[in-house]
Design a protein around this ligand. Structure first.
Ligand SMILES: *Cc1c(COP(=O)(O)O)cnc(C)c1O
Length: 366
């Protein structure tokens, strides 16, 4: 049997059927219907944030944030290259210029001590990523943003359900984006959300994800279409009932990896951050002067039917589509480069058996 790096979490079949039944009564299957409203309210509570806006996917949520914050077109956004394509593409697609900052060696998030030297008069925002669910240095980032009048948008795609210092992880910055893609800790099949404290953003975000239309006869913005539909929202409502127990099961997997792999020279395990209630979304291992290279281990696991993932490799700044932009050469990204070359994320999902975890660890160690 093939083992994949993740496996989509789903509610019992009957539970989903029950949840979508009312859609056959109302015949209202998208355009911010009943399920959409219900999920939004439930997520505001679960995520411990003031406002949630739901999207058809995380990427369009991120683009929605960049479009709604009224930042000067062509401005520079300081961000990390150690992320999924979506983060950088959103910046470029919205007409901004990404300015890449190196990452921390310990937790792989943006190195907040290096942000200030990248600020120019063109800088409009900082877009950090809570990589693998590790929280960025939110305090330092907030101080810098306040000092220079910059917006802060967090890519929190990996951080669903986490809290930091007792606050929902999306309480920080101007907006945070979650992804509810099938491969994430929590899914709505595809889906995403923006969280924000300032209530004023609510109307513009909702208008913009529906072509900029407000009411029947007025169109306020050149918006797009990014609404979450009722079937997605119904999946989200069901999955939210199970999320706590799924995170518990992920924790079991996580701790077993730690137990099996700790104390091995050249095998760097993920860090458990202080004051963070983790969601155990990923298990990234960095092989640094280990007896086998990351690529060797990836191949060996693959031969055994186990799909790990070189996540994130390559750096987004090194993508072919940006080869003309010279991003890779502008700044010192040496830490990000080393991590990208040596990191491998191992399979982790609630149902992964102890036996399989042990088998994966045996392959890595022997
Ligand atoms: C998954 C992911 C996204 C995009 O989310 P989608 O819901 O797939 O559009 C953005 N950023 C990061 C870091 C991600 O992992």
């Amino acid at each position: 049997m093939q083992i994949n790096v993740t496996r989509s979490s789903m509610p019992p079949y009957e539970e989903y059927c029950e949840e979508i039944k009312t859609l056959w009564d109302s015949h209202w299957i998208t355009n911010m219907g009943e399920k959409h409203q219900m999920l939004q309210t439930q997520l505001e509570k679960y995520l411990d944030v003031d406002n949630v806006a739901l999207y058809t996917n995380g990427h369009l949520a991120l683009e929605g944030a960049l479009a709604a914050l009224n930042m000067k077109k062509g401005g520079e956004i300081i961000t990390t290259p150690f992320t999924f394509a979506s983060t950088t593409h959103a910046i470029v697609r919205l007409g901004f210029t990404p300015v890449f900052c190196d990452i921390n060696e310990a937790d792989y998030t943006i190195n907040a001590d290096k942000i200030e030297e990248l600020i120019t008069e063109k800088t409009v925002a900082i877009l950090p990523v809570h990589v693998y669910g590790n929280i960025c240095d939110v305090d330092k980032i907030e101080k810098i943003a306040n000092k220079y009048g910059l917006k802060v948008i967090y890519d929190a795609a990996h951080a669903f359900g986490e809290s930091y210092m007792g606050k929902g992880v999306a309480s920080f910055g101007d907006m945070s984006m979650f992804s509810f893609h099938a491969t994430k800790v929590y899914n709505t099949i595809e889906g995403g959300a923006l969280c924000f404290n300032n209530e004023e953003y609510k109307q513009v975000l909702n208008d913009m994800k529906n072509f900029g239309i407000r009411g029947q006869e007025s169109c306020m913005y050149v918006g797009g279409n990014a609404k979450m539909n009722e079937f997605q929202a119904a999946m989200g409502i069901c999955n939210l009932r199970h999320i706590d127990s799924w995170i518990e099961d992920r924790k079991r997997v996580y701790l077993r990896y730690i137990k099996n792999l700790s104390g091995v020279k050249g095998v760097k395990l993920p860090l458990i951050q202080e004051n963070l209630k983790s969601n155990f979304a990923y298990f990234p291992v960095v092989f640094d002067s280990y007896k086998y290279s990351r690529d060797d281990i990836y191949d060996k696991l693959k031969e055994a039917g186990i799909n790990s993932r070189k996540y994130f490799y390559p750096l987004t700044s090194d993508f072919e589509c940006y080869s003309e932009c010279g991003y890779s050469d502008c700044h010192d990204l040496s830490v990000a480069r080393i991590i990208a070359k040596n990191v491998l994320t191992l399979p982790i999902y609630p149902e992964l058996s102890d036996e399989t975890i042990d088998r994966i660890c045996d392959i890595i160690l022997n």
